[in-house]
Design a protein around this ligand. Structure first.
Ligand code: TXA
Ligand code: MG
Length: 382
């Protein structure tokens, strides 16, 4: 498949009008287009077309029953996609749209089951990226768009990675700047008694409850009720409610291990001791096996320095004997850098990535826990 690539910054929308219109036409007529959004790059197709999901998953390299998020450019489009929208949802849309929030509603019959993975519900999002909204408006139809990566790989947050990975797989790629948030949208179920976050993101569960609460007491009552609901939901539903979260995700080629920063430091120090002990006494291999019964420590000893990196918060990156790689100082910087950094590890042929557990650095920060959730998925082997 031939892929048209063109570059367009937010300031250039007017001068690139003709090309963006062409992107809209491709989408309307059944093609696939990769476009920027504020969260991650999306791989779009017409959400009213039953074959769109097949095209998207063919491009992503794996068949899937994973439900797709439907993107809209204005509130009129919402009525073509979803029904039974309650007042709390209206409040969330007023507060957070356009932006990194996906709301799950009952679907309209016009949305094919193939798009929703067979569900009677549909996830809807209005992105804030002006290029994304321009293209969706030009298409004139709602656009189904998962993250634009090959299935299982880290999401794509820069045009460079979209071009490297997806050229030949889609009809068009719109090359724009890096995604400003860098982590996918928060997915919130709006079909139950209270909005429940199914996939974390920049907007947290408490921010959502606050936005629909009349005052502090009402907010506290909602938090208590949510805990009760989550306890019963957890007991009744073994299956995850956001089906996409069960798949292997975000995985770099390198092995990724998350550890507290002190432990990374201790292991690297041990590695150096082990290596100097070995170079002094190269012949005692039996003893060495006992010394290195721990698999990770063994791996650390065997790999050359060039094949190991430590992903660390900016202030600590220098502590790791030259292995450190800063992923940013604040949660928002780290979110913005995360997926591109995982991809950079592969470009540099790193084999072992030790990543600092950042939960203590950003305690109570919901965006930081969304980042850690992505990292844990990337580190898991399932
Ligand atoms: O930020 C984003 O959301 C990006 C950009 C491109 O908009 N898109 C994205 O799509 O991350 P995708 O397909 O990679 O992830 C969709 C997530 C999955 O976890 C899926 O299970 C959930 O949304 N989802 C979609 N529709 C759903 C539904 N009807 N019920 C429950 N979960 C749903
Ligand atoms: Mg994805």
């Amino acid at each position: 498949m031939e892929t048209v690539v063109f570059s367009c910054s937010e300031q250039d929308i007017a001068c690139n009008g003709a090309l963006l219109k062409r992107a809209g036409r491709i989408l309307r007529e059944g093609g696939t287009v990769i476009f920027p959004t504020e969260t991650v790059y999306g791989l779009g197709a017409n959400a009213l077309d039953p074959s769109a999901a097949d095209k998207i998953y063919l491009a992503k390299g794996r068949p899937s029953d994973n439900p797709l998020i439907v993107h809209i450019s204005d509130m009129q489009m919402l009525d073509k996609v979803a029904k039974n929208i309650r007042p709390e949802a209206q409040r969330l849309m007023q507060r957070f749209w356009p932006g990194p929030l996906t709301l799950i509603f009952e679907k309209r019959p016009e949305i094919p089951h193939k798009i929703t993975g067979g569900l009677e519900t549909v996830g809807v999002r209005m992105p804030s990226d002006p290029i994304a909204r321009f293209v969706i408006a030009e298409a004139g139809v709602p656009i189904a768009a998962p993250s634009a990566n090959i299935s299982g790989k880290p999401s794509i947050t820069s045009a460079k990675h979209a071009i490297l990975e997806m050229t030949g797989r889609v009809d068009m790629i719109i090359q724009s700047g890096d995604s400003t948030i860098g982590i996918e949208s928060t997915v919130v179920d709006m079909t139950g008694e209270l909005p429940i976050v199914l996939r974390s993101g920049q907007i947290g569960q408490s921010e959502i409850l606050k936005a629909i609460s009349s005052d502090e007491a009402d907010y506290e009552a909602k938090c208590t009720r949510l805990r009760e609901l989550l306890a019963t939901l957890g007991a009744e539903h073994g299956a995850p409610k956001s089906p996409g979260m069960k798949y292997r995700h975000y995985s770099p080629e390198a092995r990724l291990v998350i550890l507290p920063s002190e432990e990374i430091g201790a292991r690297l120090r041990q590695r150096m001791l082990d290596r100097s002990a070995l170079s002094d006494e190269p012949s005692h291999s039996g003893e060495a096996d006992n010394l290195f019964e721990d698999a990770l420590q063994k791996e650390l000893r065997l790999l050359s320095k060039e094949r190991i990196r430590v992903l660390a918060i900016e202030g600590r990156a220098a502590n790791y004997f030259g292995y450190g790689h800063s992923i940013g100082a604040t949660a928002s910087e780290i979110g913005k850098n995360l997926f591109a950094t995982l991809r950079r590890m592969d470009e540099q042929k790193i084999e072992l990535v030790l990543c600092e557990d950042l939960s203590r650095d950003f305690e109570g920060d919901e965006f930081a826990s969304a980042i850690m959730e992505r990292l844990e998925k990337a580190a898991s082997k399932e």
